[in-house]
Write a protein that binds this ligand. Structure first.
Ligand code: TYM
Length: 347
């Protein structure tokens, strides 16, 4: 079957979004919206794989939705919704729990990192997390998935699940009219640009993340202008001037990170940044980076705050998005049920 090009991606509503989410994923989401049918989800069922305070979770779901819209995602054009409103995600995830193998999940590095030493005490949901992610994507037969570099392994697993499902039910899939046996597509990761892995501002060997204790390590999309400028001023660097060539960034993780951030915010490449700033000290580069960051992120924070003042309108956007999402996912889930031999109510 020739699959229609369709984009799916999502973010967890755990705390506020940060510069890594914005540069690693959201900038591409905004770009793809111009050319593709796009579905962008607030993955609240993924968030509860670790305990969340219910009041804070509710607020974070709205806040992430507000950030999506403030950053430039258009709820009329793209489908914006929260995962738990479309039950097809959880239902398909169960089917995939029965397709994916324990050995595959045992290899997931993100589970190992998140569960830490106390594995026995991690939730079953945290372990099965990648199966739900595969369901998110395949419930829409999405073909393209724009994400940061850290999601690569999960996407490989989604591809393995799609392939195993197609193989396990090959006869039934053909009998249902799919002559080439392709019920699910192989979703393509879209991991491109100069900032696919934004690092902590305090330690160039660690990923920028919501869970890092020091708030100075990340720029939140909710930070005000002064806070953004302060965090860049305090960002860890070495004492050398910036190199003029990309090769000169090797072994200089912090410099490489700041140059990548600048390039992504400016819509250019690292080489362009170095041809402008090569030979200059961080004392000159950092103020330019802070100005750029404030000019790009300031208006997003401002608009998100304005949207958050009307939570009923955000909820309306989510309900509308969920209705449209269901319109795509439910027929596909119905066919999944037929193919694997379940009996469903006639639609
Ligand atoms: P999450 O919520 O951790 O992150 C959301 C997106 O931001 C990217 N990202 C980064 N990119 C660059 N540098 C960083 N430091 C950085 N930190 C985060 C992530 O790669 C991601 O694209 N499992 C996913 C959410 C998800 C999903 C999906 C994504 C659930 N279902 C289906 C795509 C398709 C996650 O936890 O992302």
């Amino acid at each position: 079957m020739k699959f229609k090009e369709r984009v799916f991606s999502g973010m967890q509503p755990t705390g506020s979004l940060h510069l890594g989410n914005y540069l690693g994923a959201m900038l591409k989401w905004i770009d793809l919206q111009k050319t593709h049918e796009c579905i962008y989800c607030v993955v609240d069922l993924h968030a509860i794989t670790v305990w969340q305070d219910p009041g804070e979770l509710r607020n974070a779901i709205r806040q992430v939705t507000a950030a999506y819209i403030a950053a430039g995602l258009d709820p009329e054009k793209s489908i914006l919704f929260n995962q738990s409103q479309v039950s097809a995600h959880a239902e398909l995830a169960w089917v995939f729990n029965c397709v994916a193998r324990l050995g595959w999940l045992n290899r997931m590095t993100q589970f190992k990192e998140k569960a830490g030493k106390d594995r026995e005490n991690a939730s079953v949901g945290l372990y099965a997390y990648p199966n739900l992610m595969a369901a998110d994507i395949l419930a829409y037969r999405a073909t393209h998935v724009p994400v940061g570099d850290d999601q690569k392994q999960h996407l490989e697993l989604a591809r393995d699940i799609a392939q195993k499902f197609n193989n396990d039910f090959a006869d039934s899939i053909r009998a249902a009219g799919y002559e080439d046996g392709q019920f699910f597509p192989q979703p393509e990761p879209v991991i491109v640009g100069p900032a696919t892995r934004v690092m902590s501002l305090r330690d160039g060997s660690r990923k920028m993340s919501k869970s890092e204790p020091s708030d100075l390590s990340r720029i939140n999309l909710t930070d005000d202008d002064d806070t953004i400028a302060k965090k860049i001023r305090k960002a860890k660097t070495d004492t050398e001037a910036l190199p003029s060539e990309i090769e000169g960034l090797a072994g200089r993780a912090e410099a490489d990170n700041l140059v990548g951030i600048y390039a992504a915010l400016a819509g250019s490449q690292k080489a362009d940044v170095l041809s402008e700033f090569g030979g200059r000290q961080f004392s000159e580069f950092k103020p330019a980076l802070a100005d750029l960051c404030v000019s790009r992120l300031g208006p997003i924070a401002h608009e998100a705050r304005r949207l958050m003042a009307d939570p009923a309108e955000i909820d309306r956007v989510l309900v509308d998005g969920a209705n449209r999402a269901r319109g795509i996912a439910e027929p596909i889930l119905g066919e999944v049920k037929d193919v694997i031999g379940l009996i469903r109510a006639p639609s």
